[in-house]
Ligand binder design. Structure first.
Ligand code: DC
Length: 229
């Protein structure tokens, strides 16, 4: 069967990674969570006290980019690949609200984007990949055979993320999470370099009121139709 590239973009906490994992599993494809890569660079910047808007801070971080080595390693027990930053498993640390608060800023730096986009293109060179993020259908794989753009109301998304964080034992309030979702929407959609935009040919999914199973079935069927064409 021919292999295709599936690009999933959309707002934060729209269930992109859940859908991407389901599709990758059903098709036997590789799944890549590009948000994890921006989060790992953000964690590196936080550890080096290189968070801030000043030109100096950004210049210092850009100079250190060659020292940032990112790698995904598949964890059999979990059934997905975990993020490693300079050979350290940072999967848990990159998912905290602290990193979520900083990541959109780091993702506006064009040198950071260019480094990560190059790595992502390389990962998809043989197709058979499902990648999720903000600029996958527009910048990383503009030639992807299937592009999905996911959205849901900010309140629905914040409620989902809030529950996830509580389940992990993080002490956060719903209001904090909602504020973070809204502020990331704004920064991600308004940044100069490759802002979050729907690719013209992307299929839009608003899953505010749609169950995960129904959503998966519909998109999986789209994918099969394209693969069998
Ligand atoms: O998918 P996520 O919520 O883990 O992504 C974290 C942040 O990383 C998001 O707010 C914006 C940025 N990001 C990006 O700019 N481009 C991508 N392809 C993926 C994520």
């Amino acid at each position: 069967m021919r292999k295709i590239t599936i690009a999933i973009d959309g707002y934060s906490s729209t269930g992109k990674s859940t859908l991407a994992k389901q599709l990758a599993k059903a098709l036997g494809y590789i799944y890549v969570d590009t948000g994890a890569m921006y989060r790992a660079v953000t964690l590196f910047a936080m550890r080096h006290h290189l968070i801030g808007d000043s030109e100096d801070t950004v210049t210092k971080l850009v100079a250190l980019l060659p020292e940032i080595h990112l790698k995904f390693m598949y964890n059999d027990a979990l059934g997905f690949a975990e993020m490693y930053l300079n050979n350290e498993n940072v999967e848990k640390e990159i998912r905290t609200l602290d990193v979520s608060r900083m990541v959109s800023k780091i993702a506006t730096i064009k040198e950071v984007r260019s480094k990560l986009v190059d790595m992502q293109k390389q990962m998809g060179i043989d197709k058979g990949i499902v990648m999720d993020g903000r600029d996958i259908g527009t910048v990383v794989f503009p030639e992807a055979e299937l592009k999905i753009f996911m959205t849901a109301s900010p309140e629905t998304r914040a409620a989902r993320r809030y529950k996830e964080l509580l389940d992990k034992g993080d002490e956060v309030t719903y209001e904090e999470v909602l504020k973070n979702v809204q502020s990331r929407d704004h920064i991600d959609s308004h940044r100069k370099v490759s802002p979050l935009q729907r690719a013209a040919e992307a299929i839009v999914f608003d899953n505010s009121d749609m169950g995960l199973e129904e959503q998966f079935e519909r998109i999986y069927n789209y994918a099969l139709r394209i693969i069998q064409k």
